[in-house]
Design a protein around this ligand. Structure first.
Ligand code: GDP
Ligand code: MG
Length: 478
């Protein structure tokens, strides 16, 4: 079928790796250099994702006019650490088509924990990936060549730098091998379909970024042309549910395939069962606006996959992250759509109830909202959204020593939250802690915590938050 010109959708790519490997910076680098490049290939900051149109990739990679890129762009998911994985697990298939695993070239002696975790996760879910061997600019004596392809950048280096580069690459290849993976520098890789491609990058001076982008958009077609073919059937996954002051309830989704239109009838999976409603507004943030900037959305009549989209709806509060959003087109059978939603909900529920060792604690509204399982003994988690809340809890669960959760809440940490956490002082003191992510801690809450002995941990990334808590536990155990 290679002669046929088929319409392709943008591949969806997530970024994984150990904390501090440079995931955020890599994404920043991909985005920011664009601002400098002007509006032409301007990328769109989407819901939980960044959309890079193909013009933009062409500019970044200085492609000749006649060179073709067949995909319309690349959708890079911002927050692979949380919701998207939940989705992957729940749906059995994956939200992401491919992944980039970021590894710090300057770290010697074995792959780091979260790198190994990421590799395991991808292997389990059958997600293909490339390795970005990041921070090449930190090799001793590196001469920066902003935005240069890696081959050109290497040519500019001294023999010492090149030889350090070489042995560090060899080391990483060996470490990957020890983890059951064959990998090679992508430009030396003779079997790009089987052997994992390594792309050296710098997220600071952007050497190798053109290589990474170009490799991604070309390699995906070698390995998954079929899957990237645009079809009219909507495939859409719920990431988050939010309350927006202007739009009321909004659902953040990743539109994997098909198109959404304003006014479309949809069936949403909620804890109370399927809810049928309509798309009131179809929104994306304006280009280059921060994700968290509120009230700056662009309205659309129609959006085609792949995109990160915010949907405003009426009469809905408790959509379940990770479930499928079903669109009912004129002539479609609504009952059938609702039955499909019921199945989705059951599937989601059975996954949550898998772990029988924890008792469910009925009570607060948030638990109802997020179906998060709690134990009698455990830490208290507080975050700005259901998605991040789940991310933290997932991450706690994935640690080698399980950290249970006794309660959780959304929004600022108030005195009442600290009160709840004090219950642990008697039951299990080490868990008398609040893990607060991206939320304010009210002064009275701080005071009460200090008085009572409840520890409050605050961090701007999920990993840092969990790391600082586990660091604390380790210290207690010593
Ligand atoms: P993340 O935890 O994987 O998201 O890592 P970050 O993107 O937050 O990066 C961690 C630290 O490494 C930050 O101080 C970054 O500025 C720095 N960093 C990330 N990438 C590079 C790089 O390519 N070169 C250099 N020199 N520093 C980097
Ligand atoms: Mg980060």
């Amino acid at each position: 079928s290679c002669g046929i010109d088929r319409e392709l959708r943008a591949p969806i790519c997530c970024i994984l790796g150990h904390v501090d490997a440079g995931k955020t910076k890599l994404l920043d680098c991909i985005r920011r250099s664009n601002v400098q490049g002007g509006e032409a290939g301007g990328i769109t900051q989407q819901i939980g994702a960044t959309y890079l149109p193909v013009q933009n990739i062409r500019e970044r990679t200085s492609l000749k006019a006649e060179a073709t890129i067949k995909v319309p762009g690349l959708l890079v998911i911002d927050t692979p650490g949380h919701q998207s994985f939940r989705n992957m697990r729940i749906r059995g298939s994956s939200l992401c088509d491919v992944a980039v695993v970021v590894v710090d070239i300057t770290r010697g002696r074995g792959l780091e924990n979260q790198t190994i975790e990421s590799l395991d996760l991808l292997k389990h879910r059958n997600v293909r990936f490339v390795v970005a061997l990041n921070k090449v600019d930190r090799l001793y004596g590196w001469k920066t060549c902003p935005n240069a392809p890696i081959a050109k950048a290497l040519k500019n280096q001294s023999d010492d730098v090149r030889s350090e580069f070489k042995w560090r690459v060899t080391e990483v290849v060996t470490q990957l091998k020890e983890n059951g993976l064959n990998a090679a520098l992508y430009y030396e890789n003779k079997k790009i379909k089987e052997v994992v491609n390594i792309v050296p990058t710098s997220s600071v001076s952007a050497e190798g970024i053109p290589d990474l982008l170009l490799l991604l958009v070309r390699w995906v077609l070698e390995i998954m042309m079929e899957r990237l073919t645009y079809v009219n059937n909507v495939e859409c996954t719920v990431l988050e549910v939010n309350e927006d002051k202007d739009f009321g309830t909004t659902i953040d989704v990743v539109l994997i395939n098909g198109a959404l239109r304003k006014g479309d009838q949809i069936v949403v999976c909620t804890k109370q069962g399927p809810v049928t409603t309509n798309i009131r507004y179809l929104l994306t943030p304006y280009p280059m606006k921060e994700l968290k900037a509120k009230g700056v959305y662009k309205h659309h009549e129609e959006l085609k996959a792949a995109q990160g989209v915010k949907i405003a709806v009426r009469g809905l509060r408790h959509a379940i992250p990770g479930t499928t959003l079903i669109v009912v087109k004129p002539g479609d059978d609504l009952e059938q759509a609702e039955a499909a939603a019921v199945q989705e909900i059951n599937k989601a529920n059975s996954l949550v109830n898998e772990d029988e060792s924890c008792e469910s604690d009925d009570g607060t509204a948030i638990q109802e909202m997020s179906r998060i399982k709690t134990c009698k003994e455990g830490v208290y988690v507080q975050a700005s959204s259901i998605g991040t809340l789940e991310a933290i809890i997932e991450h706690l669960k994935s640690l080698s020593f399980d950290i249970p959760v006794s309660g959780c809440n959304l929004g600022p940490v108030h005195k009442q939250d600290v009160m709840k956490a004090t219950a642990m002082l008697k039951r299990k003191e080490e868990y008398a802690a609040i893990l607060a992510f991206d939320v304010k801690v009210m002064p009275e809450a701080f005071d009460l915590a200090a008085e009572s002995g409840v520890k409050i941990f605050v961090a701007d990334t999920v990993y840092k938050l969990v790391d600082s808590f586990t660091g604390h536990i380790k210290k207690l155990k010593e």
